[in-house]
Each structure stands twice: as structure tokens, then as C-alpha cells.
Design a protein around this ligand. Structure first.
Ligand code: PLP
Length: 384
């Protein structure tokens, strides 16, 4: 009998150890981890530089609270600001908290209430971020939700224009919807959001919790487009597994978040930030990101070649190492077959197989994964 709340549907794998792209269970089975803790372990499990930075920090200080100055907060904030369009950072402990901060800041700054988000979006599980999430199944049983959130179909400029007016405080969007099925936003859609926000004095918030920190081959995914959001949020990949989130905003927002307006005990914890600093030193590097782009194109092309002939595969899409295979009702059978053969992948929505390998994955590991995927697909074809 488990002493845990059964909030998660778990694989039948008991994890013992992990290193790089490999995960080892309590029976000694080795898996290629193309989940990466859901886009968290972007430099692989226990990257030696990150491990060393955390070990060094353990010998200095673990926690003192935000009543004190801590130079490591300035170091990591400086890196985030240098590689984004933002000017100021608020540290927290998760993606939901980063989005919660963004929602609070948008209301405080604009003195307005209404927030527009999109159907099939995912923004977190706290009350405001659950409300922001445009999925009925996430809301189910928790009402009443937070007031004045409205949902518009993703990539639908006309529907958005209909809903937008001067009462809107912010539009919050994922550049590529993750949980919603690895659905990339179009340039026209993102430009429309930016234009409407300017016109109606609302804030343009991009949720980069899954897409950020190099996942798509750029520091942040919005940088693939000609847009400049007011706020971006990050978490997942930022700390390589240490819990840390960040809200990154433009300088003119600073006054709305003065002393006493918002806070959290653990936000900016030095151990988490030691991990973040070492992680960003690896990822926010042109040569590293060029290699991510190169390897991910190699992999996506190989993937398309090996599975395009299956009639149930209707799309292979994504950016960098955030890849979705639209495969209809075969999703769970394919995921199980891949897992059985030693490749861990994830669902995204009911019909998409999602692949999120560490950005440090080797060509050999990518080839192994393709081989396993080919086997899993051919087996599923026979049984379907
Ligand atoms: C995972 C995720 C979140 C929530 O992050 P938590 O750390 O689980 O709170 C928010 N937005 C997006 C896009 C995510 O993928």
C-alpha cells in the first residue's frame, strides 16, 4: 500500500539512478530517457558541471531568505536578462509560481482584471494558473475558478480580435503548446497578440516554462519570431532538476512589484540557483545551441523518413528537441512498445507522442532511438 496521494498515473518503473541520457531502474534495466523529467534535464541527468556547482554551494550556504542580498541571484538574473529581452527577474520555485507572478504583476501594473489565454493551453495547477489553463479536465471539480479568464482558440487571430478590448490586462500564451499536443504557434498569430496588446494597453506574457532554456534551439522559443513580449516565464529546464522558476519582465514593470507586493520563502534559493547558473553557462552558448539545432534536424528528418509511411501518422512537428508525432488512437500502444524496448517518451494530449530528449543527447543515442521507434511502429501496425 502506498502512503502517497494517487495524483499521478505512474509507469511501472522504479528509478534507481540516472546519468546523461540514461535512466536505470531497480532491476538494472537501462532506458534512453527522451522525457528528461518533462523538459527539465536539458543538459542530461547529473551533468558534471552542474553537479560540481551544487556540491560547491552546499559547502557555502543553503538558505538565508530574501531578507539578505545574495550575489548568485544577480548572477543568474543577469544571465537571463542578457539572453532575453527582459530587464528584471523574480525567482520562485516552479512554472506555476512563475505564471502566478506574471498574472499578479499584469493585474497590478495595468489595474485591469481580464486575462485571455487559449484552449488546450497549460499554465499550471495553482488556482490562477489552473484557471488560465484552457482545459476543462484540469478545472473539473475545483470551481469556482478565479474570475475573468477567457479562452480563445489557439492560432485563431479572428477569434482573438473578437475577444480583445481595453478591459484586458494580459494575453498569456505558449509559443508552442506543450501539454496541448506540441502545437506550434504561427508568426501571424503571435504578431497579432503583440499588436492587440499594444493597442489595448495589455501585457503580452509568454509562458516559456516548457519551451525555454534551449529546448527549441534558442534560449527562449519566442526568439524564433519577430516579437518582444512584456513578460516571459521559465522553470522546468532552468535548474536541471533543482526546483527553480523565474518571471522575467521589462524594466517599466519594476515599480509595480515594489517591496512587500509579492514574495516566496524559497524563491532564489542558492542551491537551486547554483544549479541554474551552471546550467545556463552550458546552454546559453551559441555553439551549444547550434549543435542542438543541427542534431534536432538530423533526428526529426530521420524520424519522418522512418514513420511517414504509416497511414495513422498524420503529422511530425515541433521545434528543436520538442517534437510531437500525431498518431491518433495508437498513442498509448506506441508509448508502451517504445518503453518495453528501452525508450522513454511521453504523451501530449490524447493523440500525440512527445519526444523531449536531453539537449546533450549524442548522435548514437538518437540513432538508437530511431531504431526503437521503427520497431515499435512496425509492431503496432501488425496488431492494429
Ligand atoms: C509544466 C508547465 C507549467 C507548470 O510548471 P510546474 O513547475 O509544474 O508548476 C506551466 N506552463 C507550461 C507551459 C508547462 O509546460
Amino acid at each position: 500500500m502506498s502512503s502517497l496521494f494517487p495524483t499521478y498515473q505512474r509507469f511501472d518503473i522504479h528509478v534507481e539512478e540516472a546519468q546523461g541520457t540514461k535512466l536505470i531502474d531497480n532491476k538494472g534495466n537501462e532506458y534512453l530517457d527522451f522525457i528528461s523529467g518533462i523538459a527539465v534535464c536539458n543538459v542530461g541527468h547529473r551533468h558534471p558541471d552542474v553537479q560540481k556547482a551544487v556540491e560547491e554551494q552546499l559547502n557555502k550556504v543553503w538558505h538565508v531568505s530574501n531578507l539578505f542580498h545574495q550575489s548568485i541571484q544577480e548572477d543568474v538574473a543577469g544571465k537571463l536578462v542578457e539572453h532575453s529581452n527582459g530587464d528584471a527577474v523574480f525567482f520562485c520555485n516552479s512554472g506555476a509560481e512563475a505564471n502566478e507572478a506574471a498574472i499578479k504583476l499584469a493585474r497590478k501594473y495595468t489595474q485591469k482584471h481580464k486575462i485571455i489565454t487559449f484552449t488546450k493551453s497549460f499554465h499550471g495547477r495553482t488556482f490562477a494558473t489552473m484557471t488560465a489553463t484552457g482545459q476543462a479536465k484540469i478545472h473539473d471539480g475545483f470551481g469556482p475558478l478565479v474570475n475573468e479568464f477567457v479562452y480563445v482558440p489557439y492560432n485563431d487571430e479572428e477569434a482573438l480580435k473578437q475577444e480583445m478590448d481595453d478591459s484586458v490586462a494580459a494575453i498569456m500564451v505558449e509559443v508552442i503548446q506543450g501539454e496541448g499536443g506540441v502545437v506550434p504557434g504561427t508568426e501571424a498569430f503571435l504578431l497579432t497578440i503583440q499588436e492587440l496588446c499594444k493597442k489595448h494597453e495589455a501585457l503580452f506574457i509568454v509562458d516559456e516554462v516548457q519551451t525555454g532554456i534551449g529546448r527549441t534551439g534558442k534560449p527562449f522559443a519566442y526568439q524564433h519570431f519577430n516579437v518582444s513580449p512584456d513578460i516571459i516565464t521559465a522553470a522546468k529546464g532552468l535548474g536541471s532538476g533543482m526546483p527553480v522558476g523565474a518571471m522575467i519582465g521589462k524594466g517599466y514593470l519594476k515599480d509595480a512589484f515594489g517591496p512587500g507586493t509579492h514574495g516566496t520563502t524559497f524563491g532564489g534559493n542558492p542551491i537551486a540557483l547554483a544549479s541554474a547558473k551552471a546550467t545556463l553557462n552550458i546552454i546559453f552558448n551559441e555553439a551549444f545551441l547550434a549543435e542542438v539545432t543541427e542534431k534536432s534536424l538530423y533526428f526529426t528528418n530521420a524520424l519522418k523518413n522512418s514513420i511517414a509511411d504509416y497511414s495513422f501518422v498524420t503529422d511530425v512537428r515541433g521545434k528543436g528537441f520538442m517534437i510531437g508525432i500525431e498518431c491518433g488512437e495508437h498513442q498509448s500502444a506506441l508509448l508502451a512498445a517504445m518503453r518495453e524496448k528501452g525508450l522513454l517518451a511521453l504523451g501530449a494530449g490524447p493523440h500525440v507522442v512527445r519526444l523531449l530528449p536531453p539537449l546533450t543527447v549524442t548522435k548514437e543515442e538518437l540513432d538508437q532511438a530511431i531504431h526503437i521507434i521503427e520497431e515499435a511502429f512496425s509492431q503496432t501496425k501488425i496488431t492494429s
